[in-house]
Ligand binder design. Structure first.
Ligand SMILES: Cc1ncc(COP(=O)(O)O)c(C=O)c1O
Length: 353
């Protein structure tokens, strides 16, 4: 007999992107911000006192909730802080999905979703994207699917494509359960679904401090939803999900909007350059609204070989051995220097002039 529940015994765990110890590696594989966080974050960290470490932190990360509420123009009770955006996903699954319930999500999208569904012993309703050339569209079933939870990454990962607000509103209006809009990458996109949170009680937005604010190492994320839904989620969270150090860092980071927005602008400008250069080399890619691109290798080229050769050259990108993705590489947008190194090495690997 297994020591764990049957479904845990049978499931495969999530495999995160590689995190090499060698800092000379050009890391374009896990969509981190290539720029450091705001200098105000380091100042805040230097001010941490022993007393703050001795005591438990604020159970609901009050300082951050208040700062984020000001940034988003909502009330603090519409913000729930978690240990990374991933923990918000765990909370939503724990609160909304029991064994035998159904969870719906698009495919390809975030590969953690099926893992979380398996943990709950939930049924998975997979909604395949309709992919025509570089167009990624929702399948019509998304407008009639019934489940406890529907997960939509917007902008999507790994495609970087964006769904428009009227489409999202249409889905939320009819869907009987909770719709989680995963906005981990929204800082690089033209619009957020924030306005829908004020209108609908069954929607929750996921936000991450890992990408837009350069704080992946700190682990801090949050949800935005109406208080009626968040009050339910508070019941299933840890007593102190965010530590005092992370609360101080994340609060300093979100308060310095001008700095963060400066990094988003640089990344968006580089995204345009990298996309054009990849297309000129024969890659095919949808327009990205995120901090990465999903590039299909030119005909006759093996994506996994390209991934391996880049790795040998000290550049990491993401290769997914998953249906629909085996001919593609997901490449995080780095600094101008990192992107130039990537493009130069790709030219060598593909032997293009
Ligand atoms: C689509 C998506 N959602 C959520 C997350 C969670 O981010 P974090 O836990 O670092 O805040 C990620 C991280 O890669 C992601 O790609």
């Amino acid at each position: 007999m297994s020591l764990v529940r049957d479904n845990i015994d049978k499931m495969a765990g999530y495999v995160p992107g590689e995190q090499p110890g060698d800092i000379s590696v050009i890391k374009l594989n896990t969509n981190e911000n290539p720029y450091p966080p705001s200098p105000r974050v380091l100042e805040a960290l230097q001010k941490i006192t022993a007393e703050q470490l001795r005591r438990y932190p604020s159970p609901d990360a009050r300082a951050f909730r208040e700062a984020a509420a000001r940034v988003h123009g909502v009330s603090p009770d519409m913000i729930l802080c978690t240990n990374g955006g991933d923990e918000l996903l765990s909370l939503v699954f724990r609160a909304c999905v029991g064994d035998g319930d159904d969870v719906a999500f698009l495919d390809p999208s975030y590969s953690l979703y099926p893992v979380l569904a398996a943990m709950q012993d939930a049924g998975k309703i997979i909604l395949p994207y309709r992919i025509t050339g570089t167009q990624w569209e929702f399948p019509p079933e998304i407008f009639s699917v019934k489940a406890r939870l529907l997960l939509i990454v917007n902008p999507n990962a790994p495609s970087g494509t964006l769904a428009d607000m009227p489409t999202l509103a249409r889905i939320i209006q009819y869907f009987p359960g909770v719709v989680l809009i995963d906005e981990a990458y929204v800082d690089f996109a033209p619009a957020s679904a924030l306005e829908l949170v004020n209108k609908y009680a069954n929607v929750i937005l996921l936000r991450s401090m890992s990408k837009g604010y350069g704080l992946a190492g700190m682990r801090f994320g949050y949800g935005i939803a109406q208080a009626s839904l968040l009050n339910q989620l508070h019941k299933v969270r840890d007593s102190y999900p965010c530590d005092a150090v992370a609360i101080a860092a994340a609060t300093a980071a979100i308060t310095d909007q001008a700095y963060a927005a400066g990094t988003w602008e640089k990344i968006k400008a580089q995204r345009a350059l990298v996309s054009a250069a990849l297309r000129a080399m024969g890659f095919t890619l949808p327009e990205s609204f995120s901090n990465f691109v999903l590039a299909q290798v030119p005909a006759g080229v093996n994506a996994q070989d390209v991934y391996q050769q880049l790795k040998k050259g000290n550049i990491l990108v993401r290769y997914f051995n998953l249906p629909g993705l085996t001919d593609k590489l997901r490449i995080t947008i780095g600094t101008a220097e990192q992107n130039a190194a990537l493009l130069a090495m790709l030219k060598t690997v593909l032997a293009v002039p």
